[in-house]
Ligand binder design. Structure first.
Ligand code: ZN
Length: 450
């Protein structure tokens, strides 16, 4: 069974599913107020890999990840553009899913939107007010962190230290009793989008949506709550505090991934060299290069992204493609059981993806050194890369080669004859087969969709 570090206890322990054979997972999703950044690339790819690995291991995984479609930053962007919050949210949500597809990150089983859960959130806030865990402050309703014993668990720091850190932030929010208290409901300023509530028209606080949605869609005591380390405190701790105050059993386990950092080790989310955002990166690089880069770092370590390391990761992907092509004619074979066992042993040991990737490259070397073992090792490499890592190797493209090349030739002929309808219909056919079709200087260029 897969072991992971539990942020709440600080210990590595095997997952112990609530329901046998099933694993319920919640990952905090995007606030759709702008382009996704490199940090989003890491958090989505690493936890998508966990999901794929658990599924491959035979678990029925239910993976829920929310979309925050109402929030201060969305309101600010809509005001700046003179558009509406729903327009801004829809545009950046579309960009989010498009970028995720380029990284081969699978869509969640459920994608709850904050605006669809406002009634449930109002109910929770009203419940917390009635039990004395929340109070009406200057511009909204606040949660009283002092009312929950053990507040600060996920920060793994004592509350006194946390309080000092929170003070500066708190000065901006008058009406809070303690600097650690946080907004559950924000009263709307004139012109802001608002929903009715017993405290006046307003919008829910971000910390409230995840607790309501995760419990609604996964039930009490769900298995695993995931996110970037920057969310452990205060966001996840604030989710947990509300669940505790409401008398609910919340996530049984917490796991957090490390941050993306620059050469100096400082948290970086925006630009690397001339790459300014995640959509920009997937335009310029093979999405699989970023996947490989994420796998090369242990999920809890800081991860450095530079043009050099991206190119090295691309080199690793290219070596795997070469191996897939070299071995594509070996015929079907059962995956080498020893290699699969070594791969699983690394993955199960606190999700050691760099160790598991090393097992894959060892198998590539072994297959070349011992041709008799090559078919089984090649089958194992492919299985691990595609099923567990979500890295589709390009050996398969050549298998479809003749048919594809014939379609490409027909499309070029149609274009030369200015038969645009035929050219478009062949393009659609190639796209249906999973290819991206582009017009190059020498005719049609196809590549497998990533
Ligand atoms: Zn969340």
């Amino acid at each position: 069974m897969l072991s992971l570090l539990d942020t709440a206890t600080g210990k590595v322990a095997p997952l112990d599913p609530r329901d046998q054979g099933r694993i319920s997972v919640y990952l905090c999703g995007p606030t759709v107020s702008g382009s996704p950044h490199l940090g989003h690339g890491r958090v989505t790819v690493i936890w998508d890999t966990l999901r794929r690995y658990l599924t491959w291991s035979g678990f029925d995984v239910r993976f829920v990840s929310n979309v925050t479609d109402i929030e201060d930053k969305i309101i600010a962007r809509a005001t700046e553009e003179g558009s509406s919050t729903s327009e801004v949210a829809a545009r950046y949500e579309a960009l989010w899913w498009e970028t995720m597809a380029a990284l081969n990150v699978a869509r969640p089983d459920a994608e709850p939107h904050a605006t669809a859960y406002v009634d449930e959130m109002v109910k929770l806030v009203a419940d917390l007010v009635s039990t004395g865990h929340a109070y009406r402050g200057g511009d909204g309703v606040y949660f009283s962190t002092e009312s929950v014993p053990g507040y600060g668990l996920l920060a793994r720091q004592d509350v006194g230290t946390l309080r000092v850190g929170a003070r500066v932030e708190a000065e901006r929010e008058a009406g809070k009793r303690s600097p650690l208290d946080f907004a559950l409901w924000k009263l709307a300023a004139p012109g802001e989008p608002a929903w009715p509530s017993p405290w006046g028209p307003g919008r829910p606080g971000w910390h409230t949506e995840c607790v309501v949605m995760s419990l609604d869609l996964l039930g009490e005591g769900f298995d695993l709550h995931l996110g970037g380390l920057d969310l452990a405190f205060p966001h996840h701790e604030n989710e947990r505090a509300q669940a505790v105050a409401a008398g609910k059993v919340f996530a049984r386990r917490w796991a957090h991934n490390g941050m993306v950092v620059d050469e100096r080790g400082e948290k970086m989310s925006k630009s690397v060299g001339n790459i300014t955002s995640l959509p920009d990166l997937v335009q310029r690089y093979d999405g699989r290069a970023l996947r490989a880069l994420v796998l090369q770092a242990h999920y809890r370590s800081p991860m450095n992204v530079t043009v050099e390391v991206l190119e090295q990761a691309q080199g690793a992907v290219d070596r795997l493609d070469t191996f897939a092509r070299e071995t594509r004619d070996l015929g079907p074979a059962a995956p080498d059981p020893g290699m699969l066992a070594r791969f699983r042993a690394r993955m199960d040991a606190d999700f050691d993806t760099p160790g598991a990737l090393a097992v894959v490259f060892e198998a590539v070397r072994d297959a070349r050194a011992e041709p008799a073992r090559a078919p089984a090792l090649a089958a194992a490499v492919r299985e691990c890369c595609e099923k567990a890592f979500g890295l589709r190797l390009r050996g398969e493209q050549e298998e479809a080669g003749l048919e594809v090349m014939a379609l490409v030739a027909r499309r070029d002929a149609a274009r030369a004859a200015r038969d645009w309808a035929a050219a478009d219909s062949i393009r659609a056919q190639l796209q249906d087969m999973g290819f991206v079709v582009e017009d190059g200087p020498h005719g049609t260029v196809v590549r497998r969709e990533r």
